[in-house]
Structure formats: structure tokens, C-alpha cells
Design a protein around this ligand. Sequence first.
Ligand code: MD3
Ligand code: FE
Length: 196
Amino acid sequence: WQEALAPGALILRRFVQQDDLVLYQEINRIAMQHPFIHRVTPGGFTMSAAMTGCGAAQWVSARDGYLNTRETIALNQTFLDLAKRAAATAGYADFIPDSCLINRYAVDSKMTLHQDKNERDLTQPIVSISLGLPAIFLFGGLMRSDKTAKVLLEHGDVVVWGGASRLCFHGILPIKAGIHPLTGPYRFNLTFRQAL
Ligand code: MD3
Ligand code: FE
């Protein structure tokens, strides 16, 4: 059950639904070692979504670029296998992620329009996994002012962002209140990247 969102962007609906419990447990295991933090943007704003992660490149209250001032947790095999399987399904057979960033959204948390361009090799895609409460994703163009499309991302959905979509502006509208059977009052998003 997959569809193209834009050139280079493929949504794999419910791709990880069967794996949701193990993913959620792994998120909690990571967060026990590295609690979720609210990052401060280059402009000085504290982000409403909290972040942790595993793998080589992690943000640690960074104002610019990836920072690595804490010992990182290895990318586990479950994460690696799912991310590689999703990328291969979308045509990226040689995706080798080295990092996973995990965002946690409570009610009203959002992510304003931005580009992901800190990764070294922008020919590598980003694989994103959504768990828990649904979100409305905003997907724009190569300029911030470009018109955006809205896409509903739900529990278990995976999106592979590569090619012409890799540098598109994107964001998340404020999360609506709700209780998800697995994650309670939160939405989680995992992004797999080859950052370094
Ligand atoms: C499109 N996260 O962590 S995931 C981020 O739901 C981020 O937490 C959002 O944007 C979230 O940087 C959106 C979907 C996503 C991730 C990376 C992209 C879409 C993308 C990179 C390029 C284009
Ligand atoms: Fe992003």
C-alpha cells in the first residue's frame, strides 16, 4: 500500500505496523539512557518537539549542525533492518543509515517549515517512521515560500524522502489531543539518515 507523494518521495502506509511494539520499546530503552531534550534552534527558539536518538550523529542542544558531545547509543539491528527494507522498497538499495533521530510530540507540539541539509551526502534518502498519534505533515518545495501540501501521517506509516524531494521544505502542524493505544498522548517520529 504505497503511493508517490512527489518525485522522489514515497509513502509506505502501515509499513511498520507489525513492528510497532518492538519499535516503541526500543525508543523507551534509548530514552532511559538519553532522555528527550528540547533543542534550541539557530534562531534561539526552544522546539516544542523533544528529541533523542541513536547512532553516530546526534543533536545535543546544538545551535547549528550535528553535535556529538555525549556518548551515542548504537543503531540497533531492528531499526537498521526496517530502515534499509523501507529504502530498498523505494529504490534505494544501498542506503546505509548511520543515525536515527527520534522526535516526540505532545499535544500542540509542532515543527515549523525547514530543510534537512546537515547531512554530508544528500544523494542518500531519509527514511521516516511515524508512531502513535496522527499528524498533518506539510510538504513544500525548494523555497520556504512555495505552496505546501498537507499529508496525514498515521501510526505505522513510513516515508522515504530522496531524489528531488530530499531538500524540500517540510513541517508538522500542531498535534491534536488524543490517546493512542500504544504511545498514549504522544506522536513519535524516527528519521534514519546517513549523516556523516
Ligand atoms: C522531507 N521530522 O526530524 S518526518 C525532522 O515528523 C523532521 O518529526 C518531521 O522533519 C517529524 O527533520 C517530519 C518526515 C521528513 C523527514 C525528513 C525529510 C520529511 C522530509 C527530509 C527532506 C524532505
Ligand atoms: Fe526535517
